[in-house]
Design a protein around this ligand. Structure first.
Ligand code: TXA
Ligand code: MG
Length: 344
């Protein structure tokens, strides 16, 4: 199959994408978080094609994307608690809401769970595509299962060339990490952190819990609140090692690890924050962003993991605190590192 790329500026692009979705096919499209791989979310056979193209385990459920707030409600069995307030505050935007599903949602989307995840993306082309398709669009991140999520159309092509007919290119994604996933069943619980932070949600919900698996691997026999958490994730081919500490100390430890790699004949690369960059001397470094604003670290992480994969076989990366969007950054980074982390 030939994979075409059309700019979202192209007037034909969105309608070509919508035609594919209506016909049961797949189309990759930009959102404000990462690129998604979309299909008709009410058609189980179309949804199965997503799992095939990604090589995704089919017990990992998908998010349904809607173009209007009102389109979310028919997908749930009842109005979720706090939903209107959350939607009015954060939609369109990087917040996914989970609640009991209605009968119209196929098992293929929920992987047999009794709940469904829904979000309204803050991207004009994405919403135009969903509206033109006329159905909720099921879409995971448009990477091969296990790889870092794509934040440009070129990343999607790396993973999906020959596997899907069309990529809509809307340029680089604004946030670069996937949406916050919030379950509204029982105590509101963040299953996956994102740009809508725990602090922002607590301001509305009061109490908000964090799934334990956000910063640690699942224990043996432990059940994942979100099935996606149990899989190897965001991993480049290179090995990723993380050191968490103040900038000068982290730079000192990472420099030592770098020198050990060189002595062992490996090709290391450092992913550094602006604050620590001056401490690495002449070692090979790539700038992630600033500790002052972890959102900058989030938006570069996946792209950097893909870029450094060519140049390095060990990626040595600084970790930061988990306040604000630091939590989303550390959640993705620790997974990409297979939880190989040192806290100084
Ligand atoms: O920003 C995003 O959310 C992107 C863009 C494309 O919208 N999508 C995305 O989808 O990240 P995906 O499939 O890569 O991640 C969805 C996560 C997975 O960890 C999955 O297990 C979880 O949400 N999930 C989906 N439905 C769920 C449910 N009913 N209960 C618990 N977890 C669920
Ligand atoms: Mg994903």
């Amino acid at each position: 199959m030939i994979t075409s790329i059309l700019s979202t500026q192209d007037t034909q692009a969105v309608s070509a994408g919508a035609d594919l979705i209506k016909a049961g096919g797949l189309v990759a499209f930009p959102t404000e978080t990462v690129y998604g791989l979309g299909a008709n979310g009410l058609d189980g056979a179309a949804v199965n094609r997503i799992f095939e193209a990604k090589g995704r385990p089919n017990d990992n459920p998908l998010i349904l994307h809607v173009a209007e707030k009102e389109d979310a409600f028919p997908l749930w069995a009842a109005e979720p608690p706090f939903a209107r307030k959350l939607m009015d505050t954060f939609w369109p935007g990087p917040l996914t809401l989970i609640y009991y599903r209605s009968d119209i949602v196929p098992d293929e989307v929920t992987a047999g769970l009794d709940t469904v995840a829904v979000r309204m993306p803050d991207n004009e082309a994405a919403r135009a595509l969903i509206a033109a398709a006329g159905v909720p669009v099921a879409a995971p991140s448009a990477n091969l299962s296990g790889k870092p999520s794509p934040t440009t159309a070129a990343h999607v092509l790396q993973d999906m060339d020959g596997r899907i007919p069309l990529i809509l290119d809307g340029g680089p994604c604004r946030y670069g990490v996937e949406s916050t996933v919030l379950s509204l069943v029982g105590v509101p619980t963040i299953l996956r952190p994102g740009a809508v932070t725990k602090e922002m949600l607590a301001a509305i919900l009061g109490e908000v819990a964090l799934a334990p698996s956000i910063l640690q691997p699942l224990g043996a026999g432990e059940k994942a609140a979100s099935p996606g958490m149990k899989y190897k994730h965001y991993a480049p081919n290179a090995q990723v090692l993380v050191v968490v500490g103040e900038a000068p100390a982290a730079a000192g430890r990472l420099s030592a690890l770098y020198d050990e790699c060189i002595a062992a004949g490996k090709r290391p690369y450092i992913a550094a924050t602006a604050e620590a960059l001056p401490f690495y001397d002449r070692r090979r470094c790539a700038l992630l962003g600033t500790r002052q604003d972890p959102t900058t670290l989030c938006s570069r992480l996946f792209a950097l993991l893909r870029e450094l994969d060519e140049a390095a076989d060990v990626i040595l990366c600084e970790g930061v605190g988990t306040e604000g969007t630091g939590l989303a950054f550390m959640n993705r980074l620790l997974r990409s590192a297979g939880f190989r982390v040192e806290y100084l």
